[in-house]
Design a protein around this ligand. Structure first.
Ligand code: FES
Length: 122
């Protein structure tokens, strides 16, 4: 059995909803730009955090919403995951703003722990 990667090697996929409510009403594109900027500016995050559009988590009134999931070894980072993968992982963040975005990248992706005050079951 192989050991899981050290946190500094772990890869994450951040799915940002670009559905009709999050994308248009809540302008989730702003979050995408923020995330890409943040990841691009941090050498320790570049190449292991992937920001991917996702079309609707079904929690539209709570947007803008995103989901952070840890990628398994060899998993294609830009592929849309199966629903079961989202149900297994505690990584759904509703109502994300710029400050939450920063903290989610720093703590969930950087330290490997979901932010319990904000994360929700999906
Ligand atoms: S539009 Fe984002 S959850 Fe539906």
């Amino acid at each position: 059995m192989s050991c899981p990667p050290a946190e500094s090697d772990a890869r994450y996929q951040i799915l940002v909803c670009d559905g009709p409510s999050c994308g248009v009403t809540h302008e989730s594109e702003v979050l995408v730009e923020l995330l890409k900027e943040r990841v691009g500016a941090a050498p320790g995050l570049r190449g292991r955090i992937y920001v991917v559009p996702y079309n609707c988590f079904g929690r539209c009134s709570e947007g803008p919403n995103l989901f952070v999931r840890r990628l398994t070894a060899g998993e294609a980072p830009l592929a849309e995951p199966r629903l079961a993968a989202l149900e297994r992982e505690r990584g759904f963040y509703p109502g994300v703003d710029a400050a939450k975005c920063e903290a989610i990248v720093r703590e969930h992706c950087g330290e490997g722990r979901a932010i319990e005050a904000w994360v929700d079951d999906y």
